[in-house]
Design a protein around this ligand. Structure first.
Ligand SMILES: O=P(O)(O)OC[C@@H](O)[C@@H](O)c1c[nH]c2ccccc12
Length: 272
């Protein structure tokens, strides 16, 4: 079993256990009080400069513990103050050290900003959970879903008022799973077999993503030059976790990056 298969197998156990505690109809009742969602896709489409989606990530299978004892409310508030376009908060417990508690604390500290529930979505039940904890966007990872599942989960997400970020690693995944009910396409620079990251993945895939989809680049991003280069290939959003989380002050690390980004005078995407 590769890491993704292990995570998904464990996820299915967690979902089965969660359903015995709370049914979908219990969650539906909670949704009656759910906040109105805000659109990340719109914010990205309107962006006239690279926008950063800042991630709250305590640990990962590739890096181990990145920052175990940080406060999600403080870090995410600092991210928002440093002009993050959105927050991504891991809710996977076993492999990423995340939780609903982290997500809820971040949401409470930042009522208005778009938030991505970062987890491995394989069952509509998780979409109800996402909506109930205050998410605006959910992640669908092409590598662990069939094309049919991507369609049905994204349609269900829309019914609940959630946007869908479809994550792909290569042209085959993109071709098989891209459908109209996806709002944002994310190219993950991390190879899930080797854990290596290469921005060439984003560069190679950029031209295969139709312009009707707003696109973001994910993982392994560290500096303004790289982000600017990807922006010129049409990427509007950049999902960054480790570069910020490994520092003592993740919000300050984002502010530094924003400052570096503002040094670029040519912020317009090149026509390639
Ligand atoms: O910490 P990084 O290298 O900046 O990466 C952030 C994000 O892209 C990464 O956490 C991620 C991308 N896709 C995922 C799917 C599940 C869990 C995590 C992820």
């Amino acid at each position: 079993m590769n890491i993704l298969e292990k995570i998904v197998a464990r996820k299915k156990e967690e979902i089965a256990a969660a359903k015995t505690v709370k049914s979908i109809s219990d969650l539906e009742k909670e949704l009656l009080f759910a906040r109105k969602t805000v659109s990340l896709a719109t914010a990205l489409k309107q962006a006239e400069k690279p926008r950063i989606i800042s991630e709250f990530k305590r640990k990962s299978p590739s890096k181990g513990v990145i920052n175990g004892a940080v406060d999600p409310a403080k870090v995410t508030k600092d991210y928002a103050n440093a002009d993050a376009v959105a927050l991504s908060v891991l809710t996977d417990i076993d492999f990423f050290g995340g939780s609903f508690g982290d997500f809820a604390a971040a949401r409470q500290a930042n009522p208005g900003i778009p938030m991505l529930r970062k987890d491995f979505m394989v069952d509509p039940y998780q979409l109800y959970e996402a909506k109930a904890i205050g998410a605006d966007v959910v992640l669908l990872i092409a590598a662990c879903l069939t094309p049919g599942e991507v369609v049905s989960l994204s349609e269900k997400a829309h019914e609940l008022g959630l946007e869908v970020l479809l994550e792909v690693h290569n042209a085959e995944e993109l071709k098989a799973t891209l459908c109209n009910s996806v709002d944002i396409v994310g190219v993950n620079n991390r190879n899930l077999k080797t854990f290596d990251t290469s921005i060439e993945t984003s560069i190679a895939l950029s031209e295969h993503i139709p312009d009707s989809f707003v696109k973001i680049s994910e993982s392994g991003l560290k500096d303004a030059e790289t982000i600017q280069r990807l922006y010129q290939h049409g990427y509007k959003g950049f999902l960054i976790g480790e570069t910020f989380m490994k520092t003592v002050n993740p919000g300050a690390a984002l502010a530094d990056l924003q400052n570096d980004l503002s040094q670029f005078s040519n912020q317009n995407p090149l026509v390639l």
